[in-house]
Design a protein. Sequence first.
Length: 308
Amino acid sequence: MIRHLGLKAYGKINLGLDVLKKREDGYHEVRMIMQTVGLYDKIDLYLKETPGITVQTNLYYLPVNENNLVYKAAKLLMDEFHINHGVTIHLKKFIPVSAGMAGGSSDAAAVLFGVNKMFNLGLSMEALMERGVKIGADVPYCVMRGTALSEGIGEILTPLPPIPQCQVLIAKPGISVSTKFVYEHLDAASLRPSDHPDIDGMIAAIRKRDIYGAASLLGNVLETVTIPEYPVIAEIKDRLKSLGAVNALMSGSGPTVFGIFTSPKAAEEAYEEMRYGKSANLAKSVYLTNFYNTKEVSHGKWSEGEHE
């Protein structure tokens, strides 16, 4: 058994998010283009000789019990495999919370991977993804990572070729948006054809490695609910485009907005403006990162260091 594992849990953005219908089970049928970005939370797993799961975090307002997805992820595998040892989980958050970037789901995915490795359970990535959907719809994708088409409730995943690298400016206003609220107020049946993003067109552009074509088709049907409720999201989108972004979009159910830049210089200047300039009042958290599409994704490599 491994006594310590250091892991990185990467956030995601939605390059395209379409909702097809509401299912009888209450979930929504979706088609999404998911993309991992370089912004990540740090997770350290420590083996305990005594049973039990302990969660520690750098944010005082996050739960440290079964209401935290990292706890649920560890418990899921430890119960299934009757593990008698315990584990301490140190969670250091950098991905904004309640931001539409799947931070909690990515943390859970990292813990699934880590517990599997720590206790030598021998589960494949596919097996971890199958278990991950029990924790949350985004967890299977967060196990897989990279560029992918996500369908069903998010659990049916088709890997896509990596998108050409570019800069991604992430800006989260000082508000939190309830995913439950957004989906409850989305009337999928009354959406206009123009409200739906062209997911197939974006897939075609990605396969051609056409970053400009893909960026031109950015779309998120949930903006029809979130932007009227929080107009600052539209303000941030407009500001990022005026600062040189090829395009900008709200990620997930919001409120985080990202802008895609193909000029590193323009991206750096936009970051300075959004963080320290006259536009700093629009966003509470601002990050400059890029797409995360390294070979490490396809090989399922998560660890940044481990100690026997």
